[in-house]
Design a protein around this ligand. Structure first.
Ligand code: NAD
Ligand code: UPG
Length: 443
């Protein structure tokens, strides 16, 4: 049976959640305080690049199963289940900024009090352990006579494959203190066909941070192994493949490169570290994971310097890819941004290409020339630098690329090509952790 669901916050998570719930037959109202965004969404104009999402939103709007509003109280009144999917960014000290969550919880409490019928409030935003319990207290204080339950239901989708991830979830984690409310949230998800794990709310909140921290650890581990490979002449791709064939390890998240970025791993690893510190626990592994990831960007800049004879001063470089990974236009904590800033500080002239994020990147990169045509970026450059493994970058005509570059040097932070292929084409090819493509000198 379809439920009436309100989703508060129309960022990646809110929008994908709302559209997918509508797709499986629920009636969904998405709420945001950004009026312009809501006006555009109501016309099926999507502010993010996410394959398939625009079409799904347009179809669900047409079917009348999806609506958009700025009016939170009305949406809560019209719904039995209220999802919170607002942002939880990092503060400078690594702590999670819960101001967006607190703001909506206050408004939800007022609306529930007025509605005077049962509501399930679900926190989907990534929040520190204990937040669901504190939300319940906040709502109780703001709505003393309300009948409600608070459930923790963290989100595990990845940007760029968000719809696929939602329809092929490995698991749904539902943290609740009230079994009936938890089971209703389980039934809400039934059409997705994923296994459900019911937990207490604190454990559900921690599953989210633990999962991101563990995946980030896999990445930092393989990046450290890549440095060892460079020094001993082994091939990180083969090492990762050999490790991944062991089902206890698994083959995912063992791609060496320039480190993780994005809106989640950097902030969530810092938040988990902070959560541990708050209970007087020094989470040593996680501290190293974060440190290694920061170093990875610096090391890549040193690799570029060494490949260009020791300095990038007055060198022109073409940077391919700005987003933190392909198939998204999200630039939050994208490694390319730090790498470009550092190259510019060291005196390089940077031209950068990205297939979808140039307009979002323009205010963030005033020091670089942003170009829509990758070949224009490469014309006369001293080196090509690959920072995001976009298909459009991998599919360039590399014979033409070689002809355009002033020096045939490709420094690939994402190991896009077999070393032999690039050598055959006549490039000096520098990549991560592979024999024949390391650059001399210490990392
Ligand atoms: N982005 C991802 O891939 C991803 C995946 C899993 C989990 N998460 C988590 O999900 C949460 C949301 O992430 P996101 O990337 O979608 O966030 P976002 O910052 O892109 O979007 C948040 C939205 O909430 C809106 N908002 C803020 N305050 C509001 C209010 N008072 N009323 C109505 N709307 C309000 C903002 O206008 C914005 O549109 C975060 O906790 C994040 O850690 C994100
Ligand atoms: O083997 C790998 C895999 C990923 N990355 C990098 O890691 C970052 C994150 O990638 P990915 O996890 O695919 O993207 P996100 O969209 O940030 O998704 C992560 O963060 C989300 C927000 O919490 C979670 O919901 C997802 O489960 C989790 O994968 C990117 O910079 C990737 O380039 C690597 O360097 N090597």
């Amino acid at each position: 049976m379809g439920e009436n669901v309100a989703v508060i916050g129309t960022g990646y998570v809110g929008l994908v959640t709302g559209a997918c719930f509508a797709e499986i037959g629920h009636k969904v109202i998405c709420v945001d305080k950004d009026q312009l965004k809501i006006k555009r969404l109501a016309e099926a104009q999507i502010p993010i690049y996410e394959p398939g999402l625009q079409r799904m939103v347009a179809e669900q709007l047409e079917h009348g199963r999806l609506a958009f509003t700025c009016h939170l109280p009305k949406a809560v009144e019209a719904s039995d289940i209220v999802y919170i999917a607002v942002g939880t960014p990092s503060l400078d000290n690594g702590e999670v900024d819960l101001s967006q969550v607190k703001e909506v919880v206050t408004q939800i409490a007022e609306a529930i009090e007025r509605a005077s019928s049962y509501r399930i409030v679900v926190i989907k935003s990534t929040v520190p352990v204990g937040t669901a319990r504190r939300m319940e207290q906040m709502i109780r204080e703001g709505a003393p006579s309300a009948n409600f339950a608070v459930v923790a239901n963290p989100e595990f989708l990845r940007e760029g494959s968000a719809l696929h991830d939602t329809f092929h979830m490995d698991r749904i984690v539902i943290g609740c203190s009230n079994t009936e409310a938890g089971e209703r949230i389980g039934r809400l998800h039934e059409p997705f066909g994923a296994p459900v794990l019911y937990t207490d709310r604190e454990s559900a909140e921690l599953v989210k941070y633990a999962s991101n921290a563990f995946l980030a650890a896999k990445i930092s581990f393989i990046n450290e192994m890549a440095h060892v490979c460079d020094k001993v002449g082994a091939d990180i791709e083969l090492v990762a493949r050999g490790m991944g064939m062991d089902r206890r390890i698994g083959s995912h998240f063992l791609q060496a490169g320039i480190g993780y970025g994005g809106s989640c791993f950097p902030k969530d690893t810092k938040a988990q570290l902070r959560i541990a510190e708050d209970v007087d626990y020094d989470f040593k592994i996680l501290r190293s994971v974060i440190e290694v990831n920061a170093l990875q960007r610096e090391r890549f800049v040193h690799t570029i310097e060494r490949a260009l004879g020791g300095s990038v001063k007055s060198k022109r470089v073409a940077v391919m890819g700005l987003t933190f990974k392909p198939n998204t236009d999200d630039l939050r904590d994208a490694p390319a941004l730090d790498i470009i800033s550092s190259l510019v500080d060291k005196g390089a002239e940077v031209r950068a290409y990205d297939p979808v994020a140039l307009s979002k990147a323009a205010p963030l990169l005033p020091q670089a020339r942003l170009v829509e045509d990758p070949y224009e970026a490469l014309q006369g450059a001293d080196a090509m630098i690959i920072t995001t493994e976009w298909d459009t970058v991998k599919a360039l005509d590399y014979t033409r690329v070689k002809g355009l570059l002033a020096h045939p040097i490709v420094i690939d932070g994402r190991n896009c090509f077999p070393v032999e292929r690039m050598e055959r084409l006549g490039f000096r090819y520098v990549s991560v952790g592979r024999p024949g493509s390391a650059v001399e000198g210490n990392a």
